[in-house]
Every structure is written in structure tokens, then in C-alpha cells.
Write a protein that binds this ligand. Structure first.
Ligand code: PMP
Length: 420
């Protein structure tokens, strides 16, 4: 069935024809049917070089043989018993051995669950009620994450989604990423009530925004001084730049960490982990409740273990230099074509902002030309390049991408920019 026909049927079944809103774009999203390495193929048989990578998990590329083999073996043996299994132990040990701040962890089925439970745990552990998150920070689709930014003077968030009770909104404070003063002011006023600061160490849901020098260190200090917890949401950044979290690259130990995406090898997963004294507050060793029928399921655990074992022997620095070179050449292309745009990138994550100025935070990201981005995105589809369909998502390069893919992509970028 063609993508368009499929979408007609999907629209009768799912709101907006999709099972997650980021997948929708007009007039209808292209449905993919297979993937191999850096390429994906749609329902109509067209092939694309993929920079969405399932919104991040597929860092090894699609259909990795080692991961597939593990999944296939597990399927043959049965995989859901509602009991402990050895696969969760293998994955847990790999994570604990490589992420210094994680003494203990709990697996969940998504990043959303991981951050939701981490927030409850932070409140349960500290006995405080407020959570401080960053403007433009996304931590999944639960009520504590969906608080939008207001104007600079707005202290408490405004729910960006109907259905979030005002009582919940009032427990979430909004700080500005890369603006220590905004955080300091909130601590000055509400410090005694702040259970935790939650942030991605590199913002990956407003494009790619790196922390300014000293910003994460500042967050570590101010949370410690105020007996609040620091939660790094590494759902995107975990195991993306090194065989660890971004936290170990910068040498900062958060109290709690959330991960997801890559650690599941492409199957559903989430993880919250951190200091033993905090994690032991989770039921049944402690009073904070956290649970899930599918949590630690053997299939996700086996896929994640296989993926991490491959990653452990992979050369991240090669992936970074491939990405660095691509960005340098893309920047040269932009100036040759005379198109005002800025590329933010770190390691294998990058985003191109059609913006008059460099993007350093949520409000500068919001000034990007989204309409141009969408035309650029559509043109790229016709050149066989698939990006996540939003100016505010992140593009990912996988270990399966090669120079030829990137050269073709660069040419397509140039064509698309000229003709968008
Ligand atoms: N945290 C971050 C930083 C994310 O980017 C996402 C999803 N993109 C989530 C949490 C939620 O993860 P999931 O989609 O697995 O629920």
C-alpha cells in the first residue's frame, strides 16, 4: 500500500493519522517499511539516507546483525514472564560499569516513564515539592515535562497542553538554559522547596544547544548548596558520544540520570539511575512507588545488551570526525550559496537553523524560519534524504553512515536550499 493510501486508513484510526505527533507533516507523512544500515525505504519503494534514526536510538544503523541475532534468539525462547531475567542483569552491569554516577538503576519502557519516575523519586527523597526545568526542555510527554516557556519574567509555567491541572503547573519552575542568573533567582526565591533541577546536558529538543562553559558545573553547585537533586536527562545523549553519558565527558556527577533510546538497541526502553541512597527509596526497598509490566522485559534488555556490546568496541572518535567534517563542509556550502543559517553540532548530533543569529537557547531557537525549514525538508525528501520533520528536532549520524552518504547529503542540502 502506498504512503498516501496508508495515511487515509491511519487517519480513521489514529488522531492525525499518527501514533506520535512529531511524525506528522503535511500533506501526509511518508511511511517507511524497511531499513538497512544508513538507509530506509518507504512504502513506495523509495530509498532515503536516514538522519532521524527512529528519533535517535538507531546509532548502529538499521537492522544491525548482532542486535537482530540476539532478538531472534530471545523470541524463540519466550521473552515475557513477569519475573527477573538474566538479560536485565547484563544490561544493568554494562551501564553501571560505564556511567560513573549510576550505582543502581531501574529500567522502564520509555524515556517518558524514566523522567516521570525520577521526578517522583526526587520529591520523595527530598520531601520537597518543586521541580525546576529549562525553557524548551522536553523530558517526555507527562504532565511535569509539558510546561511551556512564558515570557522572561514568567516564573511559573503555563501548561502547553490542556488537561494539565493548574496544581501541577504550579509545581514546575522554568529556568533558562545557559542563563545562571535565571536559575539563581529561582533558587533565591524558592530554594527550600526545589526537589530537583532536571535538564538535558545538551539540549536536544530545541535543535542542538550545547551548555556554555561552566553552566553544568554551576547547576551541580547550586543544587548541592540547596539540598536539591540534579537530574541529567540523557535519553538522547546517553552512549551517543562515548561509551557513557555526556556527564562523564564533562566530569559532572548528577544525583540521578535518565536514559533511553540507544540503550534499548531500537526496542522500547528507559532507565533511571543514580546514587544508591536515593535509588533505594524505590519500592520494594523504599516507599516511592515505581512499576511496569514490561519494565526490564527480556527482549529490550537483550537488544540493548547487544547494541551496547557493539558500541563498546566502536570508535566514537571516528564518528565524531566524520560528523565534524560534514558540518565544516555544510558551513562552507551555506556561505557559498549565501544562505543565512547556523549549524549547531556536537559529536554525531547536528541541526541547521535558518536563523539570522546563532542559536544558544530556547528563545533564539524560536526565531528560526520554520517555514523555510519545512520547504527544505520536503525538497530533501525528493533527493532521497530523510531528516526528522521539524526545525526543533536533532539530526543524528550513525555508525552505518559513510563518506559517500554524507557527500550525497551535502549536494542534496545545496540543491534543496537553492530551490526551497
Ligand atoms: N527525554 C528526552 C531528552 C527526550 O528527547 C525524550 C524523547 N525524545 C524523552 C525524554 C522521552 O522519551 P520517550 O519518547 O522514549 O518516552
Amino acid at each position: 500500500m502506498r504512503s498516501e493510501d496508508l495515511f487515509r486508513e491511519s487517519s480513521d484510526l489514529f488522531p492525525g493519522g499518527v501514533n506520535s505527533p512529531v511524525r506528522y507533516y503535511s500533506p501526509f507523512p511518508i511511511a517507511m517499511s524497511s531499513g538497512q544500515g544508513s538507509k530506509i525505504t518507504d512504502q513506495d519503494g523509495n530509498e532515503y539516507i536516514d538522519y532521524c534514526l527512529g528519533f535517535g536510538p538507531m546509532i548502529l544503523g538499521h537492522s544491525n546483525s548482532e542486535v537482530n541475532e540476539k532478538i531472534e534468539n530471545k523470541i524463540r525462547k519466550g521473552f515475557l514472564f513477569g519475573t527477573p531475567n538474566e538479560n536485565e542483569v547484563s544490561l544493568g552491569k554494562l551501564i553501571k560499569a560505564s556511567v560513573k554516577s549510576v550505582d543502581k538503576m531501574r529500567f522502564t519502557n520509555s524515556g517518558t516513564e524514566a523522567t516521570m519516575h525520577a521526578i517522583r523519586l526526587a520529591r520523595g527523597f527530598t520531601g520537597k515539592d518543586l521541580i525546576l526545568k529549562m525553557e524548551g526542555g522536553f523530558h517526555g510527554a507527562h504532565d511535569y515535562s509539558l510546561i511551556k516557556s512564558g515570557s522572561g519574567t514568567l516564573t511559573f509555567g503555563v501548561p502547553s497542553s490542556p488537561g494539565i491541572p493548574e496544581e501541577v503547573t504550579r509545581t514546575v519552575l522554568l529556568g533558562e538554559f545557559n542563563n545562571p542568573d535565571s536559575i539563581r533567582n529561582l533558587f533565591r526565591e524558592y530554594g527550600e522547596r526545589i526537589a530537583a533541577v532536571i535538564t538535558e546536558p545538551i539540549m536536544g529538543n530545541t535543535g542542538v544547544i550545547q551548555p556554555d562553559k561552566g553552566f553544568l558545573e554551576f547547576l551541580r553547585e547550586i543544587t548541592e548548596d540547596n539540598a536539591s537533586l540534579l537530574i541529567f536527562d540523557e535519553v538522547i545523549t546517553g552512549f551517543r558520544f562515548a561509551f557513557s553519558g555526556f556527564q562523564d565527558i564533562v566530569g559532572i556527577k548528577p544525583d540521578l540520570t535518565t536514559m533511553g533510546k540507544i540503550i534499548g538497541g531500537g526496542l522500547p526502553i528507559g532507565m533511571l539511575g543514580g546514587r544508591s541512597d536515593i535509588m533505594d527509596k524505590i519500592s520494594p526497598s523504599g516507599p516511592v512507588y515505581e512499576a511496569g509490566t514490561f519494565s526490564g522485559n527480556a527482549l529490550s534488555m537483550a537488544a540493548g545488551t547487544a547494541a551496547l556490546k557493539v558500541l563498546k568496541n566502536s570508535d566514537y572518535s571516528m564518528l565524531s570526525s566524520l560528523s565534524d567534517r560534514f558540518v565544516v563542509e555544510a558551513e562552507e556550502m551555506l556561505s557559498r550559496v549565501g544562505k543565512k543559517a547556523f549549524i549547531n553540532h556536537y559529536g554525531s548530533m547536528f541541526q541547521l537553523f535558518f536563523n539570522q543569529n546563532r542559536v544558544t537557547d530556547y528563545s533564539s531557537a524560536m526565531k528560526s524560519d520554520r517555514e523555510f525549514f519545512f520547504r527544505f525538508f520536503r525538497k530533501l525528501l525528493s533527493h532521497g534524504i530523510y531528516l526528522p520533520p521539524s526545525q526543533f528536532e536533532t539530526n543524528f549520524i550513525s555508525f552505518a553512515h559513510n563518506e559517500e552518504d554524507l557527500d550525497r547529503t551535502l549536494k542534496a542540502f545545496e540543491e534543496a536550499i537553492k530551490n526551497a
